[in-house]
Unconditional design. Structure first.
Length: 246
């Protein structure tokens, strides 16, 4: 695979072009990549140690696309040992207000969905970090000075997306995480305040994430009906406002 060698090129533009090209190849080749997974992951992680900020974003996309392409085939210890430790190290290094988290959160979403129950060993710290990110942004919105950062709803969107990916991948295995953090259901209603942002960006995506989360956590929400009912009430109101019905 000549394109893999180009991914390790010292020229940043060559790195970018090769990584983008490989992401396209992943989409087209899909499961045909399975016999080559170990070599592919070794090259991608070698590049991960070399790349700087801009090209790292493209590399995250390539890794996420690979996870989407091969699915559960990625769930083998020999593969996890190659790519998960570097990702976790970076995950721990980035602060809750670092925008470099965005592509990493998106990458983890694809990985969680691909690994399914195999992601369970990594799930607890990832789940808790998502909750912390949402909470940090709520604090930033209320008092940016005290929080030391300006509110950015993209952190919430990416966190909700990853939570949804965790639920999809873990299935009923997500229940213990959710049960240990009841506050998640008090975080979600805050999303209705997106309409008070000083932007005119369409609000459909965050609500899609929340609705997806409600569906995936449905078996748990039934045990806390009053919370689920409150959440649905907020969401129905918000959808009506977005559509201009209120």
């Amino acid at each position: 695979m000549g394109v893999l060698r180009r991914i390790l090129d010292t020229n940043k533009r060559v790195q970018e072009a090769a990584c983008s090209a490989f992401a396209i190849l992943e989409e087209e080749a899909s499961e045909e990549l399975v016999p080559h997974l170990e070599v592919i992951l070794q090259h991608l992680m070698c590049a991960y140690r070399k790349y700087q900020r801009r090209n790292l974003r493209i590399l995250y996309d390539a890794l996420g696309t690979l996870a989407d392409a091969v699915g559960a085939e990625l769930n083998q210890a020999k593969y996890l040992d190659i790519f998960m430790p570097p990702l976790i190290t970076k995950w721990q290094q980035l602060s809750n207000y670092d925008k470099d988290l965005f592509p990493l959160l998106e990458c983890f979403t694809s990985i969680a969905q691909a690994l399914g129950p195999g992601f369970a060993q990594f799930a607890e710290p990832v789940f808790q970090r998502c909750i912390n990110l949402i909470h940090s942004q709520q604090l930033s919105k209320i008092d940016p000075t005290a929080a030391g950062a300006v509110y950015d709803r993209e952190f919430i969107v990416c966190s909700l997306d990853l939570l949804s990916g965790l639920a999809e991948g873990l299935g009923a295995g997500i229940e213990s995480l959710v049960s240990s953090c009841l506050c998640i259901w008090y975080h979600f209603p805050f999303q209705v305040h997106f309409r008070h942002d000083h932007t005119n960006t369409p609000l459909t995506y965050p609500h899609g994430c929340v609705r997806g989360g409600v569906q995936l956590f449905n078996h748990w929400v039934q045990s806390y009906y009053h919370i689920g009912a409150m959440l649905n009430m907020y969401l129905e109101e918000e959808f009506a406002i977005v559509k201009g019905e209120l």
